[in-house]
Ligand binder design. Structure first.
Ligand code: SF4
Ligand code: SF4
Length: 97
């Protein structure tokens, strides 16, 4: 299942999408430790599988919280090196901005 966390405002849409089917298969869940702001957390889905989600209190502030991860000094070959996505072995996480 694709779970979306975030918001839209006049400047754009700011969503993190997580493919929880892939999280179930990911034992180490390295994204949890990779996020410098600790906005990712583990939860149990409806089938009692361990999946990752964005903390409730961070969901409407993603642009601000994630800004440092998307700064120009994190660019390599024209792409941002975003910690949570870089460590994900499954390609389970996407950002809309
Ligand atoms: S690293 Fe990727 S697959 Fe593993 S828990 Fe995090 S988002 Fe899910
Ligand atoms: S972009 Fe940075 S702050 Fe935002 S979820 Fe990923 S690692 Fe955490």
């Amino acid at each position: 299942m694709l779970s979306n966390y975030g918001y839209e405002d006049g400047s754009g849409s700011y969503y993190i999408t997580i493919d929880t089917d892939k999280c179930c298969e990911c034992e180490d869940k390295p994204c949890l430790d990779a996020c410098p702001h600790e906005i990712l957390q583990m939860e149990l889905d409806d089938y009692d599988d361990e999946v990752v989600c964005v903390r409730e209190e961070a969901r409407n502030r993603l642009r601000q919280i994630c800004a440092a991860c998307k700064s120009h000094d994190r660019m390599e070959s024209g792409d941002y090196v975003i910690p949570c996505m870089a460590v994900c072995p499954e390609g389970a996480m996407k950002h809309s901005w």
